[in-house]
Write a protein that binds this ligand. Structure first.
Ligand code: TRP
Length: 454
């Protein structure tokens, strides 16, 4: 596509909701709770919040600057802004990271489809916690069923990408985000009224700093990047579709606040529910697939119709939240192949989808029949998660903060952030300070400390 014909999101609110659609997804509702559970609860959340606002926000503004300035997908963006330099490799690494994330994210997204079906045929009714644990284990380690859903989910993503993202992403985000919001607020209230819910609340709200180790910092930082869709050029690709009137700082803050709000609410649903039925909060990736069906049964068990409606609605929305995120991940690699290699959009999308199906099959099998095949003690699924969220994304964030903080001309940054001088420049300084010093130093320290580089 030529620069001149590049599509733009139709409105400012459309831009915010598309970016929020990318950010809000399984990262908030599936990954955030189990990472919080694995890292001891409230103290992790505090460190997570610091990462979101001190690292995530400035880096999001940096990515927006890169994308809107270059009007190119992430692979081409660094080449356009820093021609003839090795910076282009940051863009390429982002494309690779997106591809790898999609390779396991789509597996979990596929699980949501199985759960829609299960809820739809009223399969949760009358089951107890142990049965939910067993059902999830049987399903996720099955060599066929999850693969089927993975393929269905990726084909759905493919379909929207090929149709063009503008109307699909923007329109669906405008409807889905508010509905998702209302539903999770209702569920949080229900969950907090379960017996023993206060133990879950205490786990979530009372920090125990004795549990804080380097690992907690790395986990919180990785989660912040993952949840905000940062560190691989996803939001910079979206920003290349922003209009010139879009306020980058306000958009970043809106996305950050919405994303954090959804994550905390997900915690308020899942922990009271987990404690209420005696499931350990560090159950890992299976957490929401075990606790949630159970919440629906316990909270609305007296009114089976309500339990039914809520279960179905919840998994439908979870799938749709995941879909707006898989679209954004897919778009990065598709736009790159399309713009940099001259493939048609359709061909580019087919390559990405096919590649992700292959990676996805291996990550799914690594939870079942291929369990023994490990590297550094991790199967494909866990390895992809670790390498992307805890290494590639923070590294991408580090490099993009250095790029905008030190390499890019200050006037370019000011021009983008103030929309050519029409907005106040007040936050520019703070943002630049965070990008120049705070983000690079903090990310490096966390890396060095945790990965034993020193
Ligand atoms: N942020 C999304 C979520 O929370 C997942 C996602 C979409 C993502 N695009 C990304 C994660 C880019 C990392 C990088 O579910």
């Amino acid at each position: 596509m030529q620069k001149g014909e590049r599509v733009n999101f139709g409105s400012k609110i459309g831009a915010i909701l598309a970016a929020a659609g990318s950010a809000v997804g399984l990262g908030n509702i599936w990954r955030f709770p189990y990472e919080t559970g694995n890292h001891g609860g409230a103290a992790f959340i505090l460190i997570y919040l610091a990462c979101v606002f001190l690292l995530g926000m400035p880096i999001m503004i940096a990515e927006f600057t890169i994308g809107r300035r270059s009007k190119a997908s992430t692979g081409g963006a660094y080449k356009a802004l820093a021609p003839g330099t090795p910076w282009k490799w940051v863009g390429y690494m982002g494309v690779l990271a997106g591809f790898l994330i999609l390779g396991y994210y789509a597996v979990v997204a596929g699980w949501t489809l199985e759960y829609i079906l299960e809820a739809g045929v009223n399969g949760f009714s009358g089951k107890g916690p142990d049965e939910f644990v067993a059902a999830f284990q049987d399903f996720s380690s099955d060599p066929f069923r999850p693969m089927l859903w993975l393929v269905v989910f990726l084909l759905g993503t493919h379909f929207i990408i090929v149709k063009g993202v503008k109307n699909g992403i923007e329109r669906s985000s405008k409807i889905l985000m508010p509905v998702l919001f209302i539903l999770i607020v209702i569920l949080a209230v229900c969950s907090m009224t379960l017996p023993n819910a206060e133990k879950g609340l205490a786990f979530l709200l009372k920090p125990d700093f004795s549990k804080v180790t380097g690992d907690v910092f790395l986990g919180a930082m990785g989660q912040a990047f993952f949840s905000l869709s940062l560190g691989m050029g996803c939001l910079s690709t979206y920003a290349s579709y922003f209009g010139k009137e879009t306020n980058l700082v306000n958009t970043a803050l809106s996305v950050g606040v919405i994303d954090t709000f959804v994550a905390v609410l997900a915690g308020l649903i899942i922990f009271p529910a987990a404690f209420s039925v005696g499931i350990q909060p560090d159950a890992g990736p299976s957490l929401i697939f075990i606790t949630l069906p159970n919440v629906f049964q316990q909270a609305f068990g007296g009114v089976p119709l309500l339990a039914y409606i809520f279960s179905v609605m919840f998994y439908v929305l979870l799938a749709l939240a995941a879909l707006t995120s898989t679209i954004s991940l897919h778009e990065v690699a598709t736009a790159f192949l399309h713009e940099d290699f001259g493939f048609t959009r359709g061909r580019a999308a087919r390559l990405v989808t096919a590649g992700c199906i292959i990676i996805g099959i291996f990550s799914s099998l690594s939870l079942g029949v291929m369990q023994e095949y490990t590297l550094f003690g991790k199967g494909v699924f866990d390895l992809l998660d670790f390498v992307t969220a805890k290494i590639m994304l923070p590294l991408g964030g580090l490099l993009s903060s250095i790029f905008v903080g030190w390499y890019l001309k200050r006037s370019v940054f000011y021009e983008e952030v103030t929309n050519g001088g029409t907005l106040k420049a007040g936050v520019c300084r703070l943002c630049l300070f965070l990008l120049r010093y705070v983000a690079p130093i903090a990310i490096t320290l966390i890396f060095v400390n945790e990965l034993g580089l020193m």
